[in-house]
Design a protein around this ligand. Structure first.
Ligand code: ATP
Length: 254
């Protein structure tokens, strides 16, 4: 039998209204520890609003968010990041003119709360070089330490963003459309990378590319009009007639 702490991240009855409009309505979501869980749905279904509620970028109108069974509804975004709930491609945006090594070093400094202490000694900054190199190696960017982020290919930029997220040592990673805008050649490597970095972590992913979802995710929650339409394995949800009507028919499965 499942206990509450089998779930690294939980939403209970989460609702967000803008004026009278419910962008997210009574969403209950349980993300099992150590799993990769997808949140999918057609455009405007409420996925981004849900992510913003989970990372506390938005305050819910009602409902609760729990991290490892702890109610984090009242906390701020930076506080939940320190507790280990980190959203990639948002907090971890990279600095285009810094090198890969410098980008990861800044993220490591920020995870230690020292990012803006410019008077830190050069030695203490240099001490971050080895861990920064190790993180770059983890995402397949060895040899690119001195390359400015702006010169990386699109896929490698995403890998760098993942390295800066890993620098924060997240327990739960929220990945917001990691393959959006990518060419076919970059999709398989980034999918493999997400699988690799998922070891020992929990991942919730919003992703439009359903072949990425089917190859990565154990569980899938489908949103429609701000509400949970269904939840299950890829086979279960992709064969659900309601999902086919609401979602599959209208989505370009790249
Ligand atoms: N700040 C806001 N004020 C008013 N309405 C909003 C606001 N943010 C989102 N919405 C509305 O809430 C609904 C859900 O939007 P949301 O961006 O969460 O959907 P989504 O599933 O992420 O869509 P997409 O796949 O297109 O990114 C939409 O109808 C959107 O217009």
């Amino acid at each position: 039998m499942s206990t509450p702490t089998d779930y690294a991240l939980e939403a209970r009855g989460l609702t967000k209204s803008f004026g009278g409009f419910h962008a997210v309505k009574d969403v209950t979501l349980k993300v099992r520890r150590g799993s990769i869980h997808a949140l999918i749905g057609p455009n405007g279904a409420g996925k981004t609003t849900c992510f913003n509620l989970l990372t506390k970028t938005l305050t819910p109108t009602s409902g609760q968010v729990l991290l490892d069974g702890q109610d984090i509804t009242g906390l701020r975004s930076a506080q939940v990041a320190r507790l280990g709930l980190v959203r990639s491609f948002q907090i971890s945006a990279t600095f285009p003119h810094l090198t890969c090594l410098e980008n990861v070093r800044v993220a490591l400094q920020s995870s230690q709360g020292t990012a803006f202490r410019f008077w830190r000694s050069l030695n203490s900054i240099k001490a971050l070089n080895d861990p920064a190199r190790a993180l770059l190696a983890q995402v397949g960017l060895s040899g690119q330490e001195d390359t400015p982020a702006t010169e990386l290919s699109y896929g490698k930029k995403r890998a760098l963003e993942i390295a800066t997220t890993l620098a924060l040592d997240p327990k739960v990673m929220l990945l917001d459309e990691p393959t959006a805008g990518m060419g076919h050649e970059d999709i398989a490597p980034i999918t493999d990378l997400i699988r690799t970095v998922s070891a020992g972590r929990t991942i919730l992913i919003v992703e439009h590319n359903l072949s990425v979802v089917s190859s990565l995710c154990e569980r899938i929650t489908v949103l429609q009009h701000g509400e949970v339409l269904t939840e299950g394995t890829y086979d279960e949800v992709s064969n659900d007639p309601e999902v086919i009507t609401a979602y599959m028919g209208g989505v370009d499965d790249e």
